[in-house]
Design a protein around this ligand. Structure first.
Ligand code: URA
Length: 204
């Protein structure tokens, strides 16, 4: 099956799953959007008002900021894959509970497995917590971490949540700087992969 078929099948399963704890009262499941072959996956917290209405992650004000941050490093939204830690809007946009994160996590893990990104940019502390459970965002934002995930090396780059940047000018400055660092980190990864390819060609 293609990645698209696998994701469509998973989305259907999720839409039919009545046990998902935040489903009640929402308009739509907000599954994920973007390039199925993306090397970079952006992981947010959970849908808000506009995301719930449009069934697409990051389409409100935080989404507009995310788009411009991605544009600032010449990484178009269409080139990445974007999803969230929970895929239904929490009531009144409250924080998702650990139980809710676990319930949606079963599906999130499958999304990550299918997309198979090299890098995950976590947006906010809930998505950071999935991979770096003991980290504090103020100490680690914009830095590169390599974690073992399902037997593979995954690069995690924790970022502040764009909504936090919209509320606080200092965080806005940080997130802009962190995206510039992200550009360098992505270039570095690309160059290393090319070096490995050249080494492999030389060995043949
Ligand atoms: N904030 C998030 O964390 N995710 C969205 O999809 C929108 C806003």
């Amino acid at each position: 099956m293609s990645k698209k078929e696998l994701l469509d099948e998973l989305k259907k399963k999720m839409e039919e799953d009545e046990s998902l704890p935040l489903k009640k009262g929402t308009t739509n499941l907000v599954f994920g959007v973007g390039n199925f072959d993306a090397k970079v996956l952006c992981l947010g917290e959970g849908p808000g008002y506009w995301e719930d209405l449009k069934a697409e992650p990051f389409v409100g004000n935080a989404g507009k900021l995310l788009d411009s941050l991605l544009q600032s490093i010449e990484l178009p939204r269409e080139e990445v894959y974007i999803t969230n830690v929970v895929h239904h809007r929490p009531p009144e946009n409250r924080d998702p509970s650990p139980e809710e994160i676990t319930a949606y996590g079963v599906y999130l893990d499958k999304i990550i497995e299918i997309i198979d990104p090299r890098v995950i940019v976590t947006l906010g502390r809930f998505s950071m917590g999935k991979f770096l459970p003991t980290a504090r965002i103020s100490g680690v934002h914009g830095k590169k971490f390599v974690v073992k995930w399902k037997g593979k090396d995954l690069v995690i780059i924790p970022m502040y949540h764009p909504a936090a940047a919209l509320r606080n000018g200092a965080v806005m400055e940080q997130i802009k700087n962190d995206f510039l660092k992200l550009k360098d980190i992505l270039n570095d990864i690309k160059n290393k992969q090319e070096e490995v390819k050249i080494e492999q060609m030389n060995l043949c």
